[in-house]
Design a protein around this ligand. Structure first.
Ligand SMILES: Cc1cc2nc3c(=O)[nH]c(=O)nc-3n(C[C@H](O)[C@H](O)[C@H](O)COP(=O)(O)OP(=O)(O)OC[C@H]3O[C@@H](n4cnc5c(N)ncnc54)[C@H](O)[C@@H]3O)c2cc1C
Length: 443
């Protein structure tokens, strides 16, 4: 099946089906629309966003999981500008890490990497030995790439090779690795970790900023992006599951669980479903997928705790060096109601064997270690995403955007790229799939 039409040629406007309206699929759809390609988005859920979506819980709008962005998410931030949202739904603040009980790092408004150097000098809870060790790791990571042996190694090996102290590992590197790669340091990829640190800490000062959503994750990007798309002639089918992709003659046909969405023919397909959902697609899609080893996955659990009065968390976001929950976010400062806290438990661990009520009471107990005594929460809600991210190990089999089948492209946070499973990784892969498709259409 060839791709014989050219974008924007005027005579035939190419038509592309995008399967999945997570951040990757929506990014691909926006980029294709900008190239004058007619896009039709199919999303099985009624709410777009995939693993970064808003959910209604009684009268509250929550997210399926607390998310954080950094200033280095250049592609996502650029797309927010394209659709006219800018940073309206984000709270930007200079990088600051506050880990209970005694670690505190704040970066001043100096050019990178001076901001980090100064931050480390002034950090609370570190000895001079810790500071020297952090500088050693920084000096290695800021180079364009790691030495070959470490590149294929784990984060634990990188930390050992640069002589990181126990305190630094516990208070800084482990929480950063878990937050960014959602994979324990013993198995996480040193190369991907270094990519994230390099982009965030050693390029531009604003790259290290933390950006916290103040609106639901659907309202942050996928919702307004799909409205933007519809206003430009794109079609959006929410609540429409694609069952199979078939190709007869020239063009792909999309078989959905709704008869009304069938019958159209598409010049190309961007398949942006989650990596754990690929197997459910039948027909040609099944033959297009790479026959590589399956990815492994890591969960993320978010525990919402609602109190009747404001919680005296010392910062919007506070980490804990010990305990089941790694981070606590004060949602009352992020557009949520007063007294709402989101506790995040990343990656696999003993909590997976605990009942939801036990996880909630454990998070409540650990929060009180930071804040002092609190009343019993009015309500709590535990949301566990079992397939939150792929396990970002050095040998994770990440397929490319192109598949065995001409005209059928993959997009998603798991496809080959320098980033771990993140919003930015998803957006970059969606844009890469769109760019590849546009280039192929032109030939
Ligand atoms: C709890 C949690 C916390 C996280 N925290 C962060 C964070 O702080 N920072 C960060 O950058 N990243 C974070 N991530 C990772 C980030 O959310 C993901 O990397 C990103 O959302 C993946 O986007 P995607 O488009 O690749 O895939 P998905 O979001 O999985 O999108 C796939 C879409 O395809 C749809 N679909 C599936 N099958 C079909 C079908 N047959 N037909 C039609 N549609 C279909 C799905 O419904 C879904 O909407 C977190 C993830 C989770 C789960």
């Amino acid at each position: 099946m060839g791709l014989g039409v050219s974008p924007g040629s005027g005579t035939t406007t190419p038509r592309v089906a995008v399967i999945g309206a997570g951040y990757a699929g929506v990014a691909a759809a926006v980029r294709l629309t900008l190239a004058n390609i007619r896009v039709c988005v199919f999303e099985s859920a009624h709410t777009p966003g995939g693993r970064a979506r808003s959910i209604q819980y009684h009268e509250h709008i929550l997210d399926n999981g607390q998310h954080m962005l950094v200033g280095a998410y250049a592609n996502l931030l650029a797309l927010l500008d394209v659709i006219g949202m800018g940073e309206a739904g984000l709270l930007r603040m200079p990088m600051q890490m506050r880990m209970h009980p005694d670690f505190r790092l704040t970066t001043p408004r100096l050019p990178a990497p001076l901001n980090l150097a100064w931050g480390l000098i002034m950090a609370e809870g570190l000895s001079w030995r810790d500071r020297m060790a952090a500088t050693r790791l920084s000096n290695m990571v800021r180079k364009p790439c790691l030495p070959p042996k470490l590149r294929s190694g784990t984060v634990a090996e990188l930390l050992a090779a640069t002589g990181q102290t126990e305190k630094l590992v516990r208070a800084l590197w482990l929480p950063l690795c878990i937050a960014a790669l959602n994979t324990p340091i013993e198995t996480a990829s040193a190369d991907v970790f270094a990519n994230v640190l390099r982009d965030a800490l050693f390029k531009r000062r604003e790259h290290s900023d933390f950006l916290l959503p103040t609106v639901g994750l659907t309202e942050l990007f996928p919702g307004p992006a799909l409205q933007w798309l519809s206003a430009r002639g794109g079609a959006v089918h929410l609540g429409t599951r694609v069952r199979a992709v078939s190709g007869e003659g020239r063009g792909f046909t999309i078989l959905t669980d709704k008869a009304k969405a069938m019958g159209d023919s598409f010049d190309a397909v961007v398949c942006a479903v989650g990596p754990h959902q690929l197997d459910e697609l039948g027909g040609l899609a099944a033959t297009a997928l790479p026959a590589s080893r399956p990815l492994r996955f890591e969960p993320i659990c978010t525990v919402y705790l609602a109190y009747s009065s404001p919680v005296p968390l010392p910062a919007i976001m506070v980490g804990s060096e010990r305990g089941v929950a790694q981070w606590f976010f004060d949602r009352s400062q992020l557009g949520g109601p007063g007294g709402l806290i989101a506790a995040v438990i990343s990656a696999s661990g003993p909590h997976e064997r605990m009942a939801q009520s036990k996880i909630a009471s454990q998070a409540h107990a650990e929060l009180q270690q930071i804040t002092g005594p609190l009343e019993t929460p009015l309500w709590s809600k535990v949301i566990t995403e079992r397939f939150a991210t792929f396990a970002c190990t050095p040998d994770a089999p990440r397929p490319g955007t192109r598949t065995n089948l001409p005209g059928f492209y993959l997009a998603g946070d798991y496809t080959a790229g320098p980033y771990p499973a993140t919003l930015e990784g998803a957006v970059r892969s969606g844009e890469a799939a769109a760019a590849q498709l546009i280039a192929d259409l032109a030939h």
